[in-house]
Structure formats: C-alpha cells, structure tokens
Ligand binder design. Sequence first.
Ligand SMILES: *Cc1c(COP(=O)(O)O)cnc(C)c1O
Length: 341
Amino acid sequence: MAKADVDWSNLGFSYRTISKRYVANFKDGKWGEGVLTEDANIVLNECAGILQYCQEVFEGLKAYTTKDGRIVTFRPDLNAERMEDSAKRLEMPAFPKERFLEAVDQVVAANKDWVPPYGSDASLYLRPYMFASSPVIGVKPAEEYQFRLFGTPVGPYFKGGAKPITLCVSDFDRAAPHGTGHIKAGLNYAMSLHPYVMAHNNGFDENMFLDSATRTYVEETGGANFLFITKDGTVVTPKSGSILPSITRRSLVYLAEHMLGLKVEYRPVKFSELKDFAECGLCGTAAVISPVGKVVGKEETIEFPSGMEKMGPVTQKLYDTLRGIQLGTIEGPEGWIREIK
Ligand SMILES: *Cc1c(COP(=O)(O)O)cnc(C)c1O
C-alpha cells in the first residue's frame, strides 16, 4: 500500500480522519459482530447514557514501523485488560480481550498507509473506547453500548529532542481514595481540564497532583505516571490505589530491573522526598518519558539536578531501551511486540 501523502516529521498531536475504523455494538446482553467502516461520525439518541451520565472508558496505544519495516503494536494485551477493568468499574459490559486485539489488528492492517515510516518518530495513535449508546434518564447503567477503535497519525511528542518540563503542584485533586483514579475514563479528564488550563495560564506545562486525602504523597499528572531516580540510581515509582496503572511505567520498571540491573522501589512517595531525587520523568504512551526539570510547590521549588536542558542519564537509558524495543532495534521480553500482518 502506498503511504498517505503526509509530511510525517511535521505532524502534531491532533485528530485527523483516516480511512477505516472498527465498530461493534452491545445489545440484548451481548456484543455483536464488529465491522470496519469508513464512517467517522456517530448518530446518537439525545438521551444516550454517554451524553447524560458520562458512561465512557477509553484506551490509547500506538502502531509503529520498526527498523526492518514491520508494523507493530506494543503490549496491546495490557490495554485490553485495563479496558476490561475500567468498564467493570463503570458498570459497562467488558469488551473481550481477544476481540480487542482483533480490532487493533484489523484497524492497523486496514490503515497501513497511515502508519508513519521508521525514522520519522511519528506513529499511528490508536484510540479504542466504549460508551453508553442507549437512552438513560433515571440514573442507572445503560442497556446498549458501542465499542469503537480509530487511528490517527501523530508526530513526535517532542520535536527536536525532549526538553525538561516544569510542573506545579495543583490546588485541585485528580482522584478520590476509592474513586475512579485507577481507571481510564473520560470523566477523570473532564474534571482535570480546569486545573490544566489554570496551570497553563500560570506558565506551567502540567500539574502534579498529590493524594487528595492528605496532600502529602505524590500521585500523578493529569495523564502520566511519575518515575524518580535517586542519587544512587534506584528507580522509584509511586504506589497508590488512585493512580492509573500506566503500561509505559510498568514496562519501564520491568526493564530497569530485568534488563538494566537497576534497583526498583514501588512504594508511596512523599512530596517532601522530591528534593532528594536526582531525576524525574513522566511516563505514558504519548512521549514514553517526558523529563521533568522543576516542580513548583506551595512553599518550595524543587529543581532536579538533571537540570532544564536534557533528560537525566538514567531516564535517558530507560527511554532508549523502551524505544529500541518498540522500534525493533533491541530485543524485548517475549510477547511485548505484536506484529500486524
Ligand atoms: C493513560 C494514562 C496514563 C499513561 O498510561 P500508558 O498506559 O502508559 O499510556 C497515565 N495516567 C493517566 C491518568 C492516564 O489516563
């Protein structure tokens, strides 16, 4: 298939309609057959559950072209499992893992000309999601749902290399204890928009959210988990029931321990410890790791020794290892790469 006529290296992170997407409907207590469609629009009843009570969950992953020209996705089985967990928490019928993986394969295969070439640092971002499609006015779970999966080509997250970003400690909370912080749902993002806009207006790149019960422990940003590196090279990542379990973070921590021989600590991390760390990064599918140079708190500003010019050395090593696995230049653990035929 000929590549689409796109300037791959100048793509941003924005939506663009491409050829085919996958759709399946849940009706009469079961998921119907999925189809690929060219129709990017959805017609919904005015009272659909998603529009009234926000019953929606989503995922995000990417398809890449490897150095040897294969098209691959990275650990899509974990996205499938996480989406099942998210759906259960919102009383939605889980979309079966095997079908999720088939949908990923089908959409990527049908849009191969939209998968950016190796070397562009761009990728085909995939967005699986499901929502309540039938009318609901009395508060209860809907009876019908739709699962969709579309792709959109996105450029390198950082053009011209990753520059460290500056965070502020938010006055707002992201997730309540025993709430929905651990699932990937649009509702967690709706309420993060105001703090996000505030942070931007105040000149910051992102918010650091602390635990809402005590405001003592580090949780995450609006859409990425934290990794810290101690001065003696240990990788530390916060543990909390209200953090979204990032697949990137779980993968990096695994590589740190099993491939790079680093010590790893998965534990609650106090905000007051930040000043002792050497490096800080944010992990997620979008950027893999965004280095953090500075965190501005209420009383103190933490400037990590890695500085504002480049990623710290351990963060860089983690980044290079994961990117190498995704792009096929480093052999990763078995089953991490799913090739699309
Ligand atoms: C999606 C998401 C992440 C990153 O998860 P990945 O699986 O690594 O992409 C982190 N935090 C939140 C709140 C998210 O929604």
